[in-house]
Design a protein around this ligand. Sequence first.
Ligand SMILES: NC(=O)c1ccc[n+]([C@@H]2O[C@H](COP(=O)([O-])OP(=O)(O)OC[C@H]3O[C@@H](n4cnc5c(N)ncnc54)[C@H](OP(=O)(O)O)[C@@H]3O)[C@@H](O)[C@H]2O)c1
Length: 389
Amino acid sequence: MVRVARRKAGHRLPPARHLAVAALAVVLVCKLAFGGDGDSYYKYKYNADTSTKDASASPARGGSPEVSPVSFRTPLAYGTKSLKERTGELVATAISEGFRHIVTGGHHSSHNETGVGHGWKASGLGRSELFLQTCFVPFGNRADFAPDPLDPEQAPESIEEQVRLSVSISLKNLQTDYLDALVFHNNKAKRWADDEIRRAWKVFEELVDEGTVKHLGMTSVHDPEWFETFWNQSRIKPEIVQNRFHSNRQYDVNMQEVFRRHNTQVQRFWLLNGSSRGGRRSKDEAEARGVTPAQLMLGFVMSMGSQTCLVGTKTQQHMRDDVEVARCYPSLFWEAGSAGDTERAGSDEARVSYADKLGMKQPGDRPLPGPDEAARGAMDYRPCRSAAR
Ligand SMILES: NC(=O)c1ccc[n+]([C@@H]2O[C@H](COP(=O)([O-])OP(=O)(O)OC[C@H]3O[C@@H](n4cnc5c(N)ncnc54)[C@H](OP(=O)(O)O)[C@@H]3O)[C@@H](O)[C@H]2O)c1
């Protein structure tokens, strides 16, 4: 049996922080009820998966009768890595600024899943108004695994039992009875042992059958043949892949075809702190478009379609900027014409020039991916409001 030797110190909110979170909840409820603009991003039509829409939106949300789409098929999600003891407060703030998809990690040494539970509860929104995603970290993953305070003294050895235990603890930490998405966590772009992934996945599938989990995914998949085989052999398919967007994996150009074929939603990390240098190489271009370099960088990734930018900002203004660009990004690269007009002269030139600056090499015979025509028709072309600072 694998022994759980360590307990994570400071993983739970201390009593004083409970009070702070409760106070924050009151402020947020007031803000949402009396004109908070957190809904604006969700009035945006593109990629809205209506299958999980909730008709009984919380009375806390103000103004618009419009119902928010709650889905992983949206351009932006809030990642909770390294937020530590500020996790609850920052998740509540992110939700008040318009984020609805929160990405955390059970048994992940850099995530405070309990804090996420406190944060969404403090937001004043109902459970069905949020998309909560967590991951399963194999207990033998020395780089990323950390024990949870709720672990039994003897941790289970088989990966099947580890999945069951991890999910049951995630449900408690997140104060919920279902997970919108569960992702298998691979270690730093190296896949976990094949046999173990498949055995764990069978339990993932059972959890979907049981209604505990709604969607499945995996992190760090950079081999198209492997993913094709895995996809074909899975009874319940991976719908989400969480990958870095980085030059050291050639920005996943080799994965584009397999992702397109299987309608995979690709969650991107290392967008602003990786090889893109936060888009700072395109400072002038960003200024000309009235956005910040970080916004232009995120907008570029969003423009490729079926991409979710994972950001974990601790700065409220950056939260606003990120939510704003998720709403207006089509205007950054497809300026001409009205929605539904598929002939936008010069549009792809701007994107290709941006990709070139990143060093993202598309094969000569393959255009840069973009949203499909149906999605383009549904896009909202309003310009970005935030001026570059
Ligand atoms: N699967 C994996 O192995 C893996 C690995 C890493 C990350 N992730 C996921 O991806 C999420 C994001 O992590 P990340 O490593 O990509 O970094 P990040 O947490 O998004 O932060 C990157 C940097 O971007 C800044 N930032 C965010 N929005 C900005 C804006 N609008 N303007 C200027 N700066 C901005 C942040 O600074 P401020 O705080 O000041 O805004 C921060 O310094 C994580 O929370 C996690 O969920 C997954």
